[in-house]
Design a binder for this molecule. Structure first.
Ligand SMILES: NC(=O)c1ccc[n+]([C@@H]2O[C@H](COP(=O)([O-])OP(=O)(O)OC[C@H]3O[C@@H](n4cnc5c(N)ncnc54)[C@H](OP(=O)(O)O)[C@@H]3O)[C@@H](O)[C@H]2O)c1
Length: 235
C-alpha cells in the first residue's frame, strides 16, 4: 500500500489530484484543506467513484498546522510515500498596493508551510525508502517565463519553492527522498479566474490533477531536484 498526502484538496487541482491518486487500488490518500464543505464534496466524489475506503479527509490549515492531530493519523502508517504540496494562495494586486500582510500570507502558504510540513514529516518519508516530495509551483515562478502585472508576491513565493526543490533534493538524496517541482501553466480553476478574469485555460483541473497524480507516483523514477514547466500556454 502506498500512502500519500495532498494539500489544498478541497477544490481545483488538489481535489482532482487526490481523487486520481485514490483511484488506484493500492493507494491510501490523506486530503487536507481548511474548507469542511469542500472536503465533504470530495468525500462524496470519492464515494461515487468507489474510492471512499482509500481517501481520508482531514480539516487542516497548513499555515497553522495541528501536527499532533496529523501525526495521529499518519503514525498508523509508519511511512509516507509522497506528499503533493498543492495548497496555494494568490492575491492579485499591483506591487504598490501589496502590503506586508499580503506578502507574509502568500509566502506562508506557498513557501514556509510546505517547507515546514516536509521537515516535520522527514522520518515518515525516509521510512518509505523512495518517497516523493512534489512541489506545485507556477510558471510565474519559473525563471525566464512571461510575467504578469499583479503577481509579484505570488510569483516570488513560487520561485522560492522552486529553488527549495533543487537544494532539498541534494540534501535528502542520501535518505532516499526525491524532490521535484511542477511549474504549472494555466488550468481552469477559481485561482486562475481570480488572476486572469475571463481567460479560458486550455486544461481542466481534472486533466491536470490526473497528470499530477501520475507524476507524484512515477515522476521521481525519472527526475530528482527538477523544476519542470508543465504548460502549453501562459495567459
Ligand atoms: N490554476 C492555475 O492556473 C495554476 C497555475 C499555476 C500554478 N497553480 C498552483 O496550483 C495549485 C492549486 O491551484 P488551484 O488553481 O487548484 O487553486 P484553488 O482552486 O484556489 O485551490 C487552492 C487550494 O489551496 C488550499 N489552501 C489555501 N490556503 C490553505 C491553507 N492555509 N491551508 C490548507 N489549504 C489551503 C485551498 O483550500 P482552503 O482555502 O479551502 O483551505 C484550496 O483547496 C496552487 O499551488 C497554485 O498556485 C495553479
Amino acid at each position: 500500500m502506498k500512502q500519500y498526502i495532498v494539500t489544498g484538496a478541497s477544490r481545483g487541482i488538489g481535489r482532482d489530484t487526490a481523487l486520481a491518486l485514490a483511484a488506484h487500488p493500492s493507494h491510501w490518500v490523506l486530503a487536507l484543506s481548511r474548507d469542511l464543505a469542500g472536503l465533504e464534496r470530495l468525500e462524496q466524489a470519492a464515494r461515487e467513484a468507489g474510492a471512499e475506503q482509500r481517501l481520508h479527509c482531514l480539516p487542516f490549515d497548513i499555515a497553522q498546522p495541528d501536527m499532533p492531530q496529523l501525526m495521529e493519523v499518519l503514525g498508523q502508517w509508519g511511512k509516507l510515500d509522497g506528499i503533493v504540496h498543492n495548497a496555494g494562495l494568490l492575491i492579485n494586486k499591483p506591487f504598490e498596493e501589496l502590503d506586508e500582510a499580503d506578502w507574509q500570507r502568500m509566502f506562508q502558504v506557498n513557501f514556509f508551510s510546505p517547507m515546514a510540513l516536509t521537515r516535520s514529516l522527514l522520518p515518515l518519508l525516509e521510512a518509505a525508502r523512495g518517497a516523493h516530495v512534489l512541489h506545485i509551483g507556477s510558471m510565474g515562478g519559473f525563471q525566464g517565463s512571461s510575467k504578469f502585472n499583479g503577481l509579484s508576491a505570488y510569483s516570488a513565493s513560487k520561485a522560492a519553492l522552486a529553488n527549495l526543490t533543487e537544494t532539498l533534493a541534494e540534501e535528502l538524496k542520501s535518505r532516499h527522498i526525491f524532490v521535484n517541482c511542477l511549474s504549472l501553466g494555466a488550468v481552469q480553476t477559481e485561482m486562475l479566474a481570480q488572476a486572469f478574469p475571463g481567460y479560458q485555460a486550455p486544461l481542466s483541473s481534472a486533466e491536470m490533477g490526473g497528470f499530477v497524480a501520475w507524476f507524484a507516483e512515477q515522476g521521481h523514477r525519472f527526475f530528482n531536484g527538477k523544476i519542470l514547466p508543465v504548460s502549453v500556454s501562459t495567459p
